[in-house]
Design a protein around this ligand. Structure first.
Ligand code: FES
Length: 198
């Protein structure tokens, strides 16, 4: 039986990674973007985080911190979006039906797992034991990935793989897709992470 974390929301993502080296690498590769600075007390209580995504180019990702967890924002390319319909048969939960109330807000229960197709927003914590997966956006054969890799994320700890919508592949340790946090658009270029007003 696949091991289930007791409560992934309560874990500190940097505390459960694959060693200090891995943490340092991740931190250097995906610096937090702080476009909005709630007070420390408000941040600890889970205040929403406002993010300007206007400069985010297709194929790029930024990471912000919300409730002590990394939240990824990826502007997917047309090719990455097209890839999402090609590998449902290889996914463990292609329709995001597992724990939908916890992992996939209603507005993200679609092929893209997002409010708008191009922007993917997800908590960057593996649903196995809490490591932070790394980007493997380039399709094709490469170490630790299958030859028909379509692009996505690789968890270096135990090899779980996720597609460009954070959906986990079959027969991997991670039991569920990556969590989509509550978020909303304040404008075409500004997101509010942590609130999901209509
Ligand atoms: S933490 Fe084990 S595969 Fe991600």
């Amino acid at each position: 039986m696949t091991e289930q974390p007791a409560d992934p929301r309560r874990r500190t993502w940097v505390a459960i990674a694959c060693g200090a080296g891995a943490v340092g690498t991740v931190a250097a590769a995906v610096p937090f973007v702080a476009t909005f600075q709630p007070s420390e007390r408000a941040r600890a209580a889970g205040a929403p985080v406002e993010v300007d995504v206007g400069a985010l180019k297709p194929g790029e990702k930024i990471t912000v911190e919300w409730r002590g967890r990394p939240v990824w924002i990826v502007r997917r390319t047309p090719e990455q979006l097209a890839s999402l319909s090609k590998h449902d048969a290889q996914l463990a939960d292609p329709k995001s039906q597992r724990n939908p109330d916890e992992l996939t807000p209603e507005y993200a229960r679609n092929e893209y797992r997002s409010r708008k197709p191009e922007l993917f927003v997800a908590v960057g914590i593996c649903s196995h034991l809490g490591c932070s997966p790394v980007d493997r956006f380039q399709p094709g054969p490469q170490p630790s990935l299958p030859d028909d890799w379509q692009g996505g994320f690789l968890c270096p700890c135990h090899g779980s793989t996720f597609d460009m919508a954070g959906r986990v592949y079959q027969n991997k340790p991670a039991p569920t897709n990556l969590e989509v946090p509550p978020y909303t658009y304040l404008s075409d270029t500004r997101l509010l992470i942590g609130e999901d007003k209509a």
